[in-house]
Design a protein around this ligand. Structure first.
Ligand code: NAP
Length: 304
């Protein structure tokens, strides 16, 4: 089973990248797309993010055998409702949302009777919108597919093959496990970055210009994450609430332990913790998930 026509709803970073990647790596596949924003549709047409940008979502999905929702998690219901009556019988519905349990529920409720197999390509940048997408976004990145128990094995295999054709490595897991794993690897780090950048900018004793001037001391790397799209991340925290709160509780306990070590002048505890975390960084580089260069691949490294 191979998808001959793919419809993409939401033509921002993820939707645009999928459209470009399909046209490059699966040139025999027809692509259509829709976005609620007229300016985004015009820009998507100029950049040829999909072969045909449609004026309505129903028109985009009419002949598609794979429909991928690439809108913020909180917009999934509103994006799915207009296509319910237009879906081709037998079409597979998927998405790229960063949390999976709530999206699976939302899409199944909005599209009764449709086959839904959610997915999450763990690939992105801090940029959003129709100018942000590029065909190589998924190359060597993981795409986690979270099929419901009753998913059709042929459709699951076809969706896996689709993502592999776009350059991704595919992993299959349950939606609740996905939400727990991503809470600690993605959602909590974003929450910490948003917090620390907010704290620094609210300080009165240290000026804003000093924070910016000396940012290479570590702060700069948090600011990249804290520049991520506010709508997307608001929706991620609201939709993966339980798992994020669970991980946040554990993080708070670990932070308190480090606070105690500093107060008690327990250098050994600090040294042991930092040694353990350094090994994790090495594993990430060994698995090709980041750049080994000390400047993260930046050409203008100026301190750290
Ligand atoms: P994005 O660049 O902001 O693109 C989303 C697009 O969807 C926007 O153009 C938005 O238009 C449009 N949209 C909103 N509601 C819609 C609707 N009802 N119907 C059609 N289009 C609609 O966001 P993104 O970064 O691509 O994120 C999309 C999804 O991918 C999210 O669910 C996110 O969790 C997931 N994801 C993101 C990343 C990442 O790093 N960014 C990584 C993996 C997965 P408006 O701007 O006018 O609202």
């Amino acid at each position: 089973m191979v998808f001959e026509r793919v419809a993409i709803i939401g033509l921002g970073l993820l939707g645009g990248s999928i459209g470009l990647a399909v046209q490059e790596f699966l040139p025999g596949t027809a692509t259509t797309g829709f976005d609620t924003d007229a300016e985004t549709r015009a820009r998507a047409d100029e950049r040829k993010l999909v072969a045909r940008v449609c004026e309505t979502a129903a028109e985009a999905v009419r002949d598609a055998d794979l429909v991928i929702f690439c809108v913020p998690v909180g917009a999934m219901a509103a994006a799915a409702a207009p296509v319910a009556a237009a879906l081709k019988p037998g079409a597979l519905v998927s998405d790229v949302g960063s949390s999976k349990q709530s999206v699976a529920r939302t899409l199944s409720e909005a599209l009764p009777g449709a086959a839904v197999i959610p997915a999450h390509p763990v690939a992105g940048t801090e940029n959003s919108g129709p100018d942000a997408g590029f065909a190589a976004l998924f190359r060597k990145r993981w795409c986690i597919i979270t099929p419901p128990d009753d998913a059709d094995p042929a459709q699951l295999a076809a969706l896996s093959a689709f993502w592999e054709a776009l350059g991704a490595k595919v992993e299959v897991m349950t939606a609740d496990h996905h939400d727990l794993v991503l809470a600690v690897t993605s959602h909590l780090p974003h929450l910490i970055a948003y917090t620390i950048v907010g704290t620094a900018s609210d300080l009165e004793e240290v000026t804003r210009s000093e924070v910016i001037k000396y940012s290479a001391g570590g702060f700069r790397d948090f600011t990249r994450i804290a520049a991520s799209d506010p709508t997307m991340w608001r929706d991620v925290f609201l939709s993966n609430r339980e798992a994020v709160l669970e991980m946040l509780q554990r993080f708070t306990e670990d932070l308190t332990a480090l606070q105690r070590a500093i107060r008690d002048r327990d250098g050994q505890a600090l040294f042991d913790q930092f040694t353990r975390t350094r090994a994790i960084r090495r594993s990430i580089i060994e698995e090709g998930q980041d750049d080994a260069r000390p400047d993260f691949g930046r050409s203008d490294h100026n301190g750290g």
